[in-house]
Design a protein around this ligand. Structure first.
Ligand code: ZN
Ligand code: ZN
Length: 501
């Protein structure tokens, strides 16, 4: 008896999910088995689960994971049409009428290109400056790839309004927020221009805990512009919450969908933003705050810990990479001004994953995405870039460095490391191995280098770890900007300058 009551309660929750997210029509109060099965199949298709029509444990887990509160409409037909348009080059040329609307009136658009927005209230544990910046960056993500232009409205009316609410907030019982987890936010299609965020979530802009407000805002903005959920797993418009990584934020499907509604950028070309875009924007903002407060000598941008890669060449010159720029620090500690990457290394892409100088062949190796570049001086070697897969290496490594004791290049990725033989240009047998071999070295380092002092240095955000190859373990750690003078971030304090005088 209690079993069947439990089952009824469970069924009720699942039916609730399928109705709430648009898989079952909410006008009918009973659904026959075939309808439910079809709804479950639709849900499984969009969620990249085996399409069985059965409510198995994977399907139930997926239903319980954090997601956007907007219905999953549009479905297979609209998506298939978009795929077609991408491959036939028919983007933005009519075809709108082919979209099959299953239930509600969606797929509307704004009939102007210049839109204003405003943040109506603020989340509890984040300050206004960074939130405002994150929202601006999220709008930029879309204006960079479409014909739209956004502007923050001060007081008064705005086309798109973003607000934080708790629980029931007057847009229907189905839209009531559910506390931490579950539905994180929802938004309305044009031209209502509203995006609502669950005040009860733990919102964050940098940490790993909580939900990234920048990503969720960028997704909800997509809805306010008329985009539906995408079945493409890596799409920003996929309904499920994703972690912010280093890869490009928009997938081809997101770009196809926005350009179908608003066309391509009227000036310049499509500019794609990588996952680090917000970190950089945040950092530049912090720097501008610093300089307006007149806190002393301006340090290079990378000094607060945000860089893509670091290495040291045979002259003991440190090279530090960030976005489309790099800096050099001479062995005497003189820092260059920022230099565009392509000025020294033609064809090198923006925002590399890792860089390493090899004293063996005096060449510089760069890693980015699925490829590897090798330069002799400023010349790209023939047959490069190569695919990392062909060398037996992973894509998007965390960091890379030349390791004297082995005479090979080491490539870190997540919890494993690879050993690249620079003569054969192939990964050594018996690798990858566990990172635990490097006793004390943290996972997820953003850079590493072999110093001419014989030791290795690993960097992750503001911290560094020194690894002694003789002792085969980490022997020191601290804040690198203050402690490692050769990084060029050592600030001369007034006291020290007095001493010199
Ligand atoms: Zn959504
Ligand atoms: Zn709402």
């Amino acid at each position: 008896m209690s079993d069947s009551r439990e089952k009824n309660a469970k069924d009720c929750i699942e039916m609730g999910f399928l109705v709430k997210y648009g898989y079952l029509d909410q006008d009918h109060h009973t659904h026959n088995e075939a309808e439910v099965k079809a709804a479950v199949r639709d849900f499984q298709w969009l969620s990249h689960l085996p399409v069985t029509g059965r409510l198995d444990s994977d399907t139930l887990d997926k239903m319980a994971s954090p997601r956007c509160g907007v219905k999953d409409e549009g479905g297979h037909d609209a998506w298939a049409h978009r795929v077609n348009a991408v491959f036939t080059g028919n983007l933005g040329k009519g075809g709108h009428h082919l979209r099959k609307k299953r239930y509600a009136q969606t797929g509307e658009k704004w009939y102007k290109r210049h839109l204003t927005y405003r943040v109506m209230n603020w989340p509890r544990h984040l300050s206004q400056g960074p939130v405002r910046l994150a929202v601006r960056t999220a709008f930029e993500l879309w204006s960079n790839v479409s014909g739209l232009v956004f502007e923050e409205a001060g007081e008064g009316p705005a086309d798109i309004r973003l607000a934080f609410y708790e629980g029931e907030h007057n847009d229907g019982i189905g839209n009531a927020f559910d506390g931490p987890g579950g539905a994180l936010a929802h938004a309305f299609f044009p031209c209502r221009g509203e995006a609502h965020f669950d005040m009860a979530e733990r919102w964050t802009l940098n940490g790993h805990k909580g939900h990234n407000l920048f990503l969720v805002t960028a997704h909800e903005i997509g809805h306010t512009l008329g985009l539906e959920h995408s079945p493409v797993r890596h799409a920003l418009m996929s309904p499920y919450y994703k972690k912010l990584g280093r890869s490009l934020l928009l997938s081809w499907d997101d770009i196809a969908a926005i350009q179908k509604l608003y066309g391509k950028p009227s000036r310049g070309s499509v500019v794609q933003m990588p996952g680090q875009a917000l970190r950089w924007a945040m950092h530049d903002w912090e720097m501008s705050q610093d300089s307006t407060e007149g806190s002393g000598t301006a340090l290079p941008l990378y000094c607060q810990g945000l860089f893509d890669a670091i290495t040291m060449d045979q002259n003991q010159t440190v090279l530090i990479f960030r976005g489309g720029l790099f800096w050099t620090v001479s062995s005497e500690g003189n820092v260059s001004s920022s230099i565009p990457l392509q000025q020294r290394w033609p064809h090198l892409p923006f925002a590399i994953d890792a860089a390493a100088f090899s004293p063996l062949d005096k060449k510089l190796y760069f890693f980015k995405g699925k490829r590897i570049w090798r330069y002799t001086g400023t010349d790209l070697d023939p047959d490069f870039p190569k695919k990392t897969r062909e060398l037996g290496l992973p894509r998007q490594p965390d960091c890379a460095f030349f390791y004297g004791p082995l005479g090979h290049m080491i490539v870190f990725k997540g919890s494993r490391y690879f050993v690249l033989n620079l003569q054969t240009l192939h990964s050594e047998p018996y690798y990858p191995r566990r990172l635990a071999d490097w006793k004390g070295v943290p996972q997820g380092a953003n850079g590493a280098l072999t110093h001419t002092d014989g030791r290795l240095y690993f960097f992750r955000e503001r911290r560094y770890w020194t690894f002694d190859p003789g002792k085969v373990r980490v022997t020191g750690t601290g804040q690198w900007a203050g402690k490692l003078q050769w990084t060029g971030c050592h600030k001369v304090s007034p006291l020290e300058s007095n001493d010199i005088l």
